[in-house]
Design a protein around this ligand. Structure first.
Ligand SMILES: [Fe+2]
Length: 231
């Protein structure tokens, strides 16, 4: 993606919205998982698909940073070595928490067993503090270092890699979730990054899209809001 901010500098603001999406969705996952009734394998399958998609997205987000960002900053004499070391440690903590989640998920998906459900929900809850601390740290200390060290095209690779791993079946959900994460303060920039036709569709039907895809994930009935513009 080219610079959308029109300033010819890397679009680091996009990452802030992606970070918000991760926090929003993992926070929501805790009650979502706990709400699946014992033996309801249809629901455990839908929720497990969602968690698998988030796992793929978060893992790729961090892998891209491990490969493209930390090595560049680590050899920059103006960057404190302790900073990149801390980022790497935080990624490892998050990967450990994701590993615990991943190890319980297939069995819960297949059985909808309540003990496994609680293990999955607890693993999501345990992920949150590590994720929140890391994302905040990265936004405060890493993103300001990007302009001048990365070109627009180099930085855009991170977004492209992130988008490429969203499973096809989850793309509409994640588009709506990203729009929600953008919230009022970042909605215009979120819309500005969408290709023109997608932006038009999102303006007309984005709210309906969000209700419908959320309703499917949560097993509730979508209602109201048809055709209500988002922005
Ligand atoms: Fe990030």
């Amino acid at each position: 993606m080219a610079a959308r901010n029109g300033r010819g500098v890397p679009d680091t603001d996009e990452m802030i919205v992606v970070h918000r999406l991760f926090m929003q969705e993992y926070r929501a996952a805790v009650p979502l998982v706990r709400g699946v009734r014992p033996g309801d394998r249809a629901r455990s399958g839908i929720v497990a698909d969602h968690l698998d998609a988030l796992d793929a997205m978060l893992t790729e987000h961090h892998l891209a940073e491990d490969e493209l960002v930390w090595p560049r900053l680590a050899v920059d004499p103006a960057v404190e070595p302790a900073l990149t070391a801390r980022m790497e440690e935080q990624h490892e903590r998050i990967a450990d928490a994701l590993g615990r989640l991943r190890s319980a998920l297939p069995q819960w998906r297949a059985s909808a067993d309540p003990a496994l459900r609680d293990t999955v929900a607890d693993a999501c809850a345990e992920l949150l503090p590590a994720l929140e601390a890391h994302l905040g740290d990265e936004e405060e200390h890493i993103l300001p270092l990007v302009p001048g060290r990365f070109t627009v095209a180099e930085w855009a690779v991170l977004s492209e890699r992130g988008r490429a791993v969203v499973p096809k079946a989850q793309r509409l959900y994640m588009l709506g979730a990203l729009g929600e994460a953008a919230a009022d303060d970042r909605r215009d920039e979120f819309l500005g990054r969408l290709p023109g036709p997608v932006r038009l569709i999102y303006r007309i039907a984005g709210r309906t899209l969000r209700w419908r895809t959320r309703a499917r994930l949560h097993g509730t009935r979508a209602s109201g809001g048809v055709g209500v513009p988002v922005a």
